[in-house]
Design a protein around this ligand. Structure first.
Ligand code: AHR
Length: 502
C-alpha cells in the first residue's frame, strides 16, 4: 500500500453540470424521539421564545443553513391525523404513535411548524398521510394550509390565528409506502393509483403551476422491488408529480469501515438506477417531461446500534435514534454531500434526516445545552459555500480497495463556482490510512486568496459529546502552496476539506 497519495483535479467555469438547486440543502423534522419535543420545541427551556422554540437550537440551525425542512415524517406521518395538531393546545388529543411505539401529545403541529419555518427562514415541505388515510384528508389539509379564506378548513386556520395561507409549495405524497414497517404499506399499483389521484386533486385546489409533488420511490436501493417499484409508481404518476423520492442511510456493516468510507458509491448507483427507470417510463409514455429525484432522507445511521431499540412502550418523546457521530462518520457524510452536489442536475431536492437529536447534526439536553455533532460541519460549509454552479471536474486519483465496491478512487471531490467569481472545491480523502497531496489546476480562474478548512482526527472514533462538545471541528489547513494557478494542498487521511479560491 502506498504511504502517500498524489491526486489532481482541473475544472473550467465554462463547463458546468447544473445550478445548485436551493432545495438541495434541506433537512427533516419528524415527530420521533426528541426531534420536536426537547429538540426544537421546549417551552420550559431557559432560552425558549414566546412560541416555545429553543433559541439556542434556532441559532445552531441558522448556522447549519438548511434551506427547506420536511415534516412531520417519516414513518410517523403514515398514522398521523393532522387535525390533532391544530387549534387550542389544551384541546389537542394524545394519540398512540404506532410507527415508533410512543405517545404523541400534539402540542406541536402544523401552525407551530410554520412559525418555526418562518423563524429560521426555510421552505416547508409537508408530507400527507397515505397510510391510514387518503385523498379526502390530504385535500382537507391542503385547504387548511393553502386556501385563503371563505371555506370550512381555511376559516378554521384563520380562527386559529393564521390569517394568511401558508403557501406550502412542496408536498410529499406519503412516506416509504413499499416498506413492511410502514403503517398501511401498499403495493406499487395501489400506491401509484392513490398518489396520482391525490396529486391531480391537490392541483385542482391549487390552480397554480408551481406546486411540486413528490411520489414515494423505494425506501432504499436494497429493497426487493427497487426499480420495479419506481417503474410502476411512475407509470401511474408520471404526468401528475415532479419528483420521485430516494432514501439512503449508511453505516459500517460487520465492521467493514473501508467500504463504509466509499458509501457514496452506493448513493451514485442509487441515483443512476432511479434516473434510468424514470427516464425509461418517460420514454415509454413519449413524454417531454423529466422527473427529478428528491433525496429526502439521507445520512449516516447506525441502525443496529442500541439507540435504535424501542423505548419504554408509549412513553413521551423518549431518546430514540440518538446516534453520536464520529470524525469518520463526518467524512463519509461529507462524501454523500459531494455526491448530491455532483448529481444536482437530477437530484434537485434533498433532506438530511434529521435535524435535531434524531440521527442529527444538532444535539440537545432537556433544560440544558445544545451542541454541534461532527456531521454539522460538512453540512454547514456546503450550505454556505456550495451555492452557485456545479462545475465539471476532471480528476486523476489513486484508488483504494474495498470489499463491497472494489477499487474506489481515494479522492472524492466537486467544485462549485459562486456568483462572486469564487470557486469552492469540496474534497474528501476517503483513504483511512494514507494522506494525499492534491494539486488543483485553477488556471481557468483568477486565483487570489486560497483558504482551506479541514476536518479530521487522529482518533477516527472521536465525537462531540455533552461533556466534550468541541472535541472535533474543522481547523484552518496551512499546508497550501499557490503558484501560477496551481494550488497544492495536503489532505490528511480520512478528511473532509473545504478549499475556497476567492
Ligand atoms: O429518519 C428515520 C426514519 O427512516 C423515517 O421515519 C423513515 O422514513 C425512514 O425509514
Amino acid at each position: 500500500m502506498a504511504d502517500h497519495h498524489r491526486a489532481r483535479i482541473e475544472f473550467d467555469p465554462r463547463f458546468t453540470v447544473a445550478e445548485v438547486p436551493d432545495r438541495l440543502f434541506g433537512s427533516f423534522v419528524e415527530h420521533l424521539g426528541r426531534c420536536v419535543y426537547t429538540g426544537i420545541y421546549e417551552p420550559e427551556h431557559p432560552t425558549a421564545n414566546a412560541d416555545g422554540l429553543r433559541e439556542d437550537v434556532l441559532d445552531l440551525i441558522r448556522e447549519l443553513g438548511p434551506t427547506m425542512i420536511r415534516y412531520p415524517g417519516g414513518n410517523f406521518v403514515s398514522g398521523y391525523r393532522w387535525e390533532d395538531g391544530v387549534g387550542p393546545k389544551e384541546d389537542r388529543p394524545r394519540r398512540l404513535d404506532l410507527a415508533w411505539g410512543t405517545t404523541e401529545t400534539n402540542q406541536f403541529g402544523l401552525g407551530e411548524f410554520m412559525k418555526f419555518c418562518r423563524t429560521v427562514d426555510v421552505e416547508p415541505n409537508m408530507a400527507v398521510n397515505l397510510g391510514t388515510r387518503g385523498l379526502q384528508e390530504a385535500l382537507d389539509l391542503f385547504e387548511y394550509a393553502n386556501h385563503p379564506s371563505g371555506t370550512y378548513w381555511s376559516d378554521l386556520r384563520r380562527s386559529h390565528g393564521d390569517e394568511e395561507p401558508y403557501g406550502i409549495k412542496l408536498w410529499c405524497l406519503g412516506n416509504e409506502m413499499d416498506g413492511p414497517w410502514q403503517i398501511g404499506q401498499r403495493t406499487a399499483t395501489e400506491y401509484g393509483r392513490i398518489a396520482d389521484q391525490t396529486a391531480r386533486s391537490l392541483r385542482f385546489i391549487d390552480g397554480s403551476d408551481d406546486l411540486d409533488l413528490v411520489a414515494c420511490g423505494s425506501s432504499s436501493r436494497g429493497m426487493p422491488f427497487f426499480g420495479a417499484w419506481e417503474n410502476e409508481v411512475l407509470t401511474h404518476t408520471y404526468e401528475s408529480v415532479d419528483y420521485i423520492s430516494a432514501h439512503a442511510y449508511y453505516h459500517p456493516l460487520d465492521g467493514d469501515v473501508t467500504s463504509f468510507m466509499a458509501s457514496a458509491q452506493d448513493m451514485e448507483l442509487f441515483i443512476d438506477g432511479v434516473i434510468a427507470t424514470a427516464d425509461a417510463v418517460g420514454a415509454k409514455l413519449k413524454s417531454d417531461k423529466k422527473i427529478n429525484i428528491s433525496f429526502d432522507e439521507w445520512n449516516v445511521w447506525y441502525q443496529t446500534a442500541p439507540t435504535g431499540e424501542r423505548p419504554e412502550p408509549w412513553s413521551i418523546a423518549p431518546r430514540q435514534l440518538e446516534d453520536h457521530y464520529s470524525a469518520m462518520d463526518a467524512v463519509v457524510f461529507g462524501s454523500l454531500l459531494i455526491t448530491l452536489l455532483r448529481r444536482s442536475d437530477r437530484v434537485t431536492a434533498a433532506c438530511l434526516a434529521q435535524l435535531v437529536n434524531v440521527i442529527a447534526p444538532i444535539m440537545t439536553e432537556p433544560g440544558g445545552p445544545a451542541w454541534r455533532q461532527t456531521t454539522f460541519f460538512p453540512f454547514a460549509e456546503a450550505s454556505k459555500y456550495g451555492r452557485g454552479t456545479v462545475l465539471n471536474v476532471n480528476a486523476d486519483s489513486p484508488a483504494f480497495d474495498t470489499k463491497k465496491y472494489g477499487e474506489v478512487s481515494a479522492l472524492h471531490s466537486v467544485a462549485v463556482a459562486g456568483e462572486d467569481g469564487s470557486v469552492t472545491v469540496f474534497a474528501v480523502n476517503r483513504d483511512l490510512e494514507t494522506p494525499m497531496t492534491l494539486e488543483i489546476d485553477a488556471s481557468s480562474v483568477q486565483v487570489g486568496d486560497v483558504t482551506v478548512s479541514t476536518l479530521t482526527d487522529a482518533d477516527r472514533d472521536a465525537k462531540n459529546t455533552l461533556d466534550d462538545q468541541d472535541r472535533v471541528a474543522p481547523v484552518a489547513n496551512g499546508d497550501v502552496v499557490v503558484k501560477d494557478g496551481l494550488i497544492t494542498v495536503e489532505l490528511p487521511a480520512m478528511s473532509w476539506n473545504t478549499i475556497r479560491i476567492a
